[in-house]
Ligand binder design. Structure first.
Ligand SMILES: Nc1ncnc2c1ncn2[C@@H]1O[C@H](COP(=O)(O)OP(=O)(O)OP(=O)(O)O)[C@@H](O)[C@H]1O
Length: 565
């Protein structure tokens, strides 16, 4: 850093004080000493506050060593003479006017240094930005282009600077901004020798309210396209992950969610529990609403794959044309509209279980493909050539008779046998009606929670209707009937009238008698036996007490129970 100029001032009246104040703020000047015969002069006080040495005698000031300049601000010849006599040889004495001039020069020098610094910073910025920048003065003379300008346009600075923008690029954003004195946004143009398509923004350069020129900043569209491509790719990744998250559901059902203790139902449950421990393919058959999907969930939820995906495909709900891509996914560009690669259900289920509901509705072409997957656990995405290996457990379900379909040629028999490794036949509800009270009990508790009600149960006659009805829609229909009864019920007990309104009367036997409270003796007997067991319990002791209450022997009770089950 340059050495500071050491200055002394004589005469701290108005003139001297004003010089003092100006010099004090100049970086390259150090005021070493000030002098006035009046010690309390304003300027003397300022100096004292600033910690600058003060004195009342010109002699003392002149003796301060190392002064470069003494500013004589009294205008008195006698003082000037005293200074000339006493100062060091190398010290210059200047008068107030000279000091003003000196200050102007120093200030200009400092301004220049500032400008140089700002210019250095600006150069660094302009040289490093990716955008091309061009500046022209108000008459169109090109004053500046940055290195990116040359990179983008293949025109070097020497070829461009000094030319007139109205001649070289009369329709560009820069010329338009100069002509209109307004900013120009998102102007698309082709520039340079390389015919590069760019998008440009230009704005006027205004100094002290006057337009001096304009600046244009532009970027090749290829750069923008590249960024857009990158953005699209990132969005694609996000949306794929989102789809994956939406599609993957790990099943939270277990066998504890399945109600039913009728022997036929129990044996299906036992088999399902055993199958859950293996990896075998399972075919679940049964009428609609018998619980096939619930069983599939429970098997997955109780298997070692329980923390992996459970993916359901409803083969009947997906149009045939989409089924293949739904299953195996597709590669980008596989067909019109395949703008991105999509994973199929088979891939999504990797490590977990795929549940093929309504498998009987799958077309023969896809059946062949599925057979290969089941045998080799590998497939290709639609439009792709890469073989994808997976580890998926398959559970299929149908309410159709696949064996019959296979015999007729409507279902591949090899696939049927491949699927039918474990066959789980779920009984229709009409075949395990004894479980109805337990279902109803659990459904009432579930809907009490859902609707905030306090329903306690249903009348004996209402229950009897449920027991007599033949439930074509099985447990799903029972669920609907109880839910609708719960919506309409005002009391704590659901009545037979409410139930009768909800079931198909042609499928309910002896409804008139029931309305009257009359029912066949045989039904009445079953009902009394159930009631007795409910009251005394199902244990041996409970059965003994129930037999006593029914006034029959324990052996007779056992015989009757055998017939009932
Ligand atoms: N044993 C059961 N215990 C409790 N709820 C059951 C039982 N069986 C079925 N459900 C319930 O009944 C409804 C129908 O069951 P699910 O959807 O599993 O039947 P499905 O046989 O798969 O029917 P579909 O063939 O029409 O697809 C479901 O809400 C299910 O939770």
């Amino acid at each position: 850093m340059a050495r500071k100029m050491k200055v002394g001032i004589v005469g701290m009246g108005q003139g001297g004080t004003s010089i003092y104040k100006t010099l004090r703020s100049i970086e390259h000047v150090e005021i070493v000493v000030v002098c006035d015969c009046i010690e309390s002069a304003k300027g003397m006080q300022f100096a004292q506050l600033d910690g600058v040495q003060t004195c009342v005698s010109v002699h003392d000031l002149a003796k301060v060593p190392g002064l470069d300049v003494i500013i004589e601000a009294t205008g008195l010849d006698s003082i000037r003479e005293q200074l000339e006599h006493n100062k060091e040889k190398s010290t210059a004495v200047i008068e107030a006017q000279g000091a003003d001039l000196m200050m102007c020069i120093i200030e200009e020098k400092e301004k220049l240094a500032d400008i140089k610094r700002v210019k250095g910073e600006l150069d660094a910025i302009l040289n490093s930005v990716q955008e091309a920048i061009e500046v022209a003065s108000i008459d169109g003379m090109i004053k500046y282009v940055n290195p990116s300008f040359s990179r983008v346009t293949s025109i070097n600075a020497g070829q461009r600077i000094g030319r007139n923008i109205f001649e070289v690029s009369p329709n560009g954003a820069l010329a338009r901004s100069l002509r209109t004195h307004e900013a120009v946004f998102a102007h698309r143009a082709v520039v340079g020798g390389a015919d590069v398509e760019v998008i440009a923004n230009a704005s006027p350069i205004v100094v002290d309210g006057k337009m001096e020129g304009a600046v244009v900043v532009f970027q090749p569209l290829t750069d923008i396209y590249k960024l857009m491509e990158q953005l699209k790719a990132s969005n694609q990744v996000i949306s794929d992950l989102q789809t994956r998250i939406n599609q993957i559901s790990t099943s939270s059902y277990t066998f504890d969610d399945i109600i039913g203790s009728h022997p036929e139902f129990e044996s299906a449950l036992d088999l399902a529990r055993k199958a859950a421990r293996s990896n075998s393919t399972i075919l679940i058959t049964g009428e609609s609403g018998t619980g096939k999907e619930l069983f599939a969930h429970a098997i997955h939820g109780s298997s070692l794959r329980r923390d992996k995906p459970f993916i359901k495909v409803n083969c009947a709900a997906i149009p045939e044309t989409l089924l293949e891509s739904e299953f195996f996914g597709y590669e980008k560009g596989a067909f019109t509209g395949a703008v991105k690669t999509k994973l199929g259900k088979m891939e999504l289920a990797n490590g977990g279980t795929i549940f093929l509901d309504e498998i009987g509705d799958m077309n023969l072409y896809l059946q062949a493909k599925l057979l290969r997957v089941l045998q080799e656990m590998e497939f290709e995405r639609v439009g792709g050539s890469q073989t994808i290996n997976v580890d998926v457990r398959v559970i299929a379900a149908t309410n159709r008779n696949l064996l019959e379909m296979a015999q007729k040629g409507d279902f591949r028999d090899d696939l049927f046998y491949r699927l039918n490794v474990v066959e789980l036949r779920l009984p229709s509800l009409r075949n395990h009606k004894d479980d109805i009270p337990a279902y109803v009990h659990s459904l009432i508790a579930k809907f009490n929670r859902k609707f905030g009600k306090h329903v306690k149960g249903l009348t004996a006659q209402a229950e009897e209707i449920l027991m007599q009805y033949d439930w074509p829609g099985n447990i799903r229909e029972l669920q609907n009937v109880v839910e609708r009864a719960m919506v309409t019920v005002d009391e704590e007990i659901i009545t037979h009238k409410q139930i009768l309104n909800l079931v198909d009367s042609s499928r309910t036997q002896h409804q008139e008698q029931i309305i009257e409270g009359i029912m066949p003796i045989e039904q009445m007997e079953k009902k009394m036996i159930r009631l007795a067991l409910e009251s005394y319990g199902d244990s041996v002791e409970g059965k003994k007490q129930a037999a006593k209450a029914l006034k029959i022997s324990l052996a007779t009770l056992y015989n009757k129970l055998k017939v009932m089950s």
